[in-house]
Ligand binder design. Sequence first.
Ligand code: HEM
Length: 368
Amino acid sequence: MYLDDPVHALAAVTHAAPYDYYRRLAAGPPLSFDARLNCWLATGVAGVQAVLEHADCRVRPTGMAVPENLVGTSCGAIFAELVRMNEGARHTVPKQVLARVLGQVDLVRLHQSTLQIAHDHIPGNAVDLHNAMFELPLFAMAGLLGFAPAQWPQLAAWTRDFVACLSPLSNSDQLAGAQLAAASLLQRFQLLLREPVPDSLLANLIGLLSQTCEATAGLVGNAVLALRAHGVLCAQLSADPALWPAMLREVSRHDPSIHNTRRYTACPVEIGGLALPAGQMILVVLASACHDAAAYAEPGRFMLQRPLVPVPGYGHGRHACPGQQLAQTMAAACMQAWCETLAAMPLRWSYQPSLNARIPVFMPGDVS
Ligand code: HEM
């Protein structure tokens, strides 16, 4: 352990400079027990893939489909149906529907419409930027789902309130706000669809907004930081806008917005020669796989031209993110519209408290 290292993998998510630590994790054993966190860590491409591919490593602990504090609530009703939180048949069929629907989205049109919305909402200062990086992808997604522009700000506000129920760090006020937001979102989607639809569909439509929210805000925020850290990028991208997708892809690898996910052993399992009993939690450190030298040459360097290999920050295997192309497209459009303004904007930042997501909180002022 080095002096400046985060104290553990969960603290790395919001640490100022965690990537040396992640690279060392990636170079170590793929699976190890962390006594401080009292759970297993799956690290590097090999560890992450082995766990995410394992049939008995599940997204929820056995017998606890919904976190205890959400049981019997509107948030719990949505949570229980999300493909992200289900396995087996309850996962496979809705997952196929989602993948088909999202796969049919015309990405060129989504890019154009997001670019237009982002041009109409150029952030004037750091606080505007912070709100815009959450709101703009949600506006674009709400538009895609068929909501009228007048409804977008309210939907974005409810979604931002709703996602608080997904974080163990939320306080009781935030949880109460999440319940109100969940009920409002359910009602608004019912109105949009006009006819009764299964709860699972309704929940997963709301899931499209909630899954867009923080992860894409983090992607945009981390892209802003990359732009400022690498002075030549703005001119390079303005001269050749076709490079924007590569820029967002490299941000997703170099400074990803989602650092961790979790799996729970449903029965005794063997992974990489290690025997794990049932009921174990495995912290799957996606960010360490993003910096694995076995998969990426000079992983610490920000490089626009990298071979096209999958980005671990979007997961892997049966629960891999079906929204990756949408997120990259929406974030690229926002950055393209805001690039010139961002280059000159006085900014300081810290990171939003989180155990999984790396999302800068922008504030006025300059880094001294
Ligand atoms: C930068 C933005 C995003 C990142 C970094 C991200 C990351 C991830 C990751 C890591 C997973 C896998 C979780 C696990 O295996 O435990 C996931 C799943 C998922 N994501 Fe994303 N995501 C992003 C944006 C989106 C967007 C825009 C959508 C919707 C349009 C979306 C929809 C989903 C869904 C539905 C799942 C669950 C898939 C399943 O369990 O079968 N994501 N995402």
